[in-house]
Design a protein around this ligand. Structure first.
Ligand code: FPP
Length: 251
């Protein structure tokens, strides 16, 4: 059964972020090397992008590679980078056909020139698309992002382009890698781990969190729809009382 029909199209999370976890364990369960899990994870990425589009999600942000992931065995890192590039190359037509804008967030300086070149080509080819913004977090760490924003804000203060009094939440937002995106509404993590692992710490201030035991290569469109259905059953209060929320909704 397809759970898409059960989704209330009036209350779809605008921005969904996913920590795609469990590729290594999935492969191990099958007696295969870790990279086998990553390769099969690409299928789930494809299916999830499609599901997000069908549900009416406008922004999907996927945690593909963290700043800490550079410490993994060299061969795994190399395979992952190659996998990002080949998947992107084989999917670019689909992205264009489905009006999907592709972008990346993270510490671009640590990526190799060839990876950056491949990514930038697709960013350029899809920059005017607006049905869904697909953001891949690559060499991304939330603390690194915040440090980077502090540096850029400080430079502006030194150059007198900005005063200390002007610093507010908007200014900080505008200096994060995610400056084009609104806050996250729903964050999903697969594989049963219940932590955030340095992903979008600032942006999830009021996000609903959904944890599932499904390992990423097994994650299907119905798992995605199920997360949205759970989101729709929650009451988002943003610090207000339940009563206040009901009154605002009735107006
Ligand atoms: C986490 O599983 C997954 C990753 C570090 C990589 C995610 C990459 C993909 C899903 C491949 C394709 C991605 C794109 C964007 C085309 P893990 O290795 O940490 O698994 P474990 O916790 O079981 O070891």
């Amino acid at each position: 059964m397809d759970l898409l029909d059960q989704i209330n199209k009036e209350n779809v999370p605008y921005h969904v972020a996913i920590i795609m976890d469990g590729n290594g364990r999935w492969a191990k369960l099958k007696g295969k090397p870790r990279v086998f899990g990553h390769k099969n994870g690409v299928k789930s990425v494809r299916e999830t992008i499609k599901a997000a589009g069908n549900a009416g999600v406008k922004a999907l942000t996927l945690y593909a590679f963290s700043t800490e992931n550079w410490n993994r065995p060299k061969a795994e890192v190399k395979t992952l980078m190659a996998l990002f590039l080949t998947s992107l190359k084989s999917e670019v037509k689909e992205l264009i056909k489905n009006n999907i804008k592709f972008q990346i967030i993270g510490d671009q300086e640590s990526l190799t020139k060839s990876v950056l070149k491949g990514l930038n080509k697709v960013i350029e080819q899809t920059k005017n698309n607006d049905a869904l913004t697909l953001t891949i977090a690559l060499s991304y760490g939330s603390r690194e992002e915040i440090v980077n924003s502090f540096k850029n804000i400080s430079k502006k203060i030194v150059n007198k382009e900005l005063s200390i009094e002007e610093i507010d939440e908007n200014i900080i937002n505008n200096h994060l890698y995610t400056f084009t995106l609104p806050d996250v509404d729903l964050m999903i993590r697969t594989s049963g781990e219940k932590r955030i692992s340095n992903f979008l710490l600032w942006q999830i201030a009021y996000a609903e969190l959904h944890f599932t035991n499904v390992l990423w290569p097994d994650f299907t469109k119905n798992d995605f729809y199920n997360a949205i259905l759970e989101y729709q059953n929650r009451e988002r209060r943003f610090g207000k009382t339940g009563e206040q929320i009901k009154t605002t909704n009735e107006i």
